[in-house]
Design a protein around this ligand. Structure first.
Ligand code: H2U
Length: 344
């Protein structure tokens, strides 16, 4: 039987109790399908037609502050609000639930031409400070605060101005709820947070580390589904964003910037991704099993224009990837940690 590193195999994701099919030999298959537009950084620092630039008027007529660092506003098209839905579907087959919440938009910088990869570590630290303040405020009202960023039109981002979103809600969403359950199961057996054990083992193996500092590790998880998926995991015990101290936030800003720069350098493009934070729910309970962490899910596969599609087998069976996470790490560590537009 042919058994080698290139052979198809499945890898288990203990956070979500699911498998990913790895088929490294498929990476060189020909591609005659859809090509994405290449996105380069925006050139103008202020765009009078942008809904997110300082001082500009948004779609609904509200005027943005003349902000100098970050700016948060209530999403004019909020997915969540404080109304109550009278749910009459309460049987097994037709279950509905009322949900309350708030959706906010967070502009990372007044400079329209920037992205996380182009902001300084100090400017990224201001974003982290804002994430903290939002988590404290919204976590006081809702059980779940989802901080995320969609970057690039291929990820559904509606505007190139550097921004992310914060959705807070009364019910814990499905993915974090599953994660919570599996973190709890691990805690009950091992009396240690799963992700702290995981990051320690990854540091020892040193096969999937993109970069690391005293407080944080960026790695392509063993069970990554997206070609260049990255997790940012702390090397210390922390459950919530708002618990990070100044040194931990400064170190986070530095490593976040390095991940974003390496992403952009990979195909010399403004690298699209969806990124978000997972931490313990705000339900007043002890959540020692949780470790705050960020997940980056970038869609690009083999160039700035060819993306991975999660279709067919992925929709019906399991996620599947062609190159291995180890090959992805080799590519991410081979590129410079200085942004390609600055080294030209
Ligand atoms: P995305 O780029 O990830 O779609 O986020 C931008 C959000 O900004 C989007 O959810 C909101 C949209 O509803 N928005 C406003 O609230 N007001 C506006 O004037 C434009 C966009």
């Amino acid at each position: 039987m042919n058994a080698n590193q290139e052979s198809p195999h499945r890898r288990y994701n203990p956070l979500l109790d699911e498998w990913v099919l790895v088929s490294p030999h498929r990476f060189n298959r020909p591609w005659q399908g859809q090509q994405e537009q290449t996105e380069y950084p925006e050139l103008i620092r202020y765009d009078e037609t942008c809904y997110l630039c300082p001082g500009n008027t948004r779609v609904n007529g509200a005027v943005n502050d003349a902000y100098e660092k970050t700016f948060v506003f209530k999403n004019d098209f909020s997915a969540l609000n404080d109304e109550f839905y009278s749910a009459d579907g309460s049987c097994d087959l037709f279950k509905a639930q009322s949900i309350q919440g708030e959706s906010r938009v967070l502009c990372f910088s007044p400079d329209h031409s920037k992205s996380m990869a182009l902001l300084s570590a100090k400017e990224i630290k201001s974003v982290i400070d804002t994430w903290q303040a939002q988590a404290i405020e919204l976590g006081g009202k809702y059980k779940w605060v989802q901080i995320f960023e969609n970057k690039g039109s291929v990820m559904g981002c509606s505007n190139p101005h550097p921004h992310g979103q914060i959705w807070a809600q009364s019910e814990i969403p499905s993915i974090p709820a599953r994660k919570s359950q599996h973190l709890q199961n691990y805690w009950q057996t091992h009396s240690k947070p799963l992700l702290l054990d995981y990051v320690e083992s990854e540091l020892k193996k040193d096969e999937r580390i993109v970069c690391a500092n005293n407080y944080w590790v960026a790695l392509v998880p063993y069970w990554a589904q997206w070609p260049f998926e990255v997790m940012l995991i702390p090397r210390f015990d922390v459950q919530h964003m708002h618990q990070l101290n100044t040194s931990q936030k400064e170190a986070l800003a530095t490593i976040f910037q390095e991940v974003a720069i390496r992403y952009d350098n990979l195909f010399e493009t403004s690298f699209p991704y969806s990124m978000g934070w997972h931490g313990a729910p705000f339900d007043g309970r002890d959540h020692s099993e949780w470790t705050l962490h960020a997940c980056f899910f970038p869609p690009l596969l083999r160039s700035a224009t060819v993306k991975k599609f999660m279709v067919g087998y992925e929709m019906l069976a399991d996620a599947q990837r062609d190159m291995t996470p180890e090959q992805a790490v080799k590519m991410l560590t081979a590129v410079s940690n200085i942004h390609y537009t600055k080294s030209m």
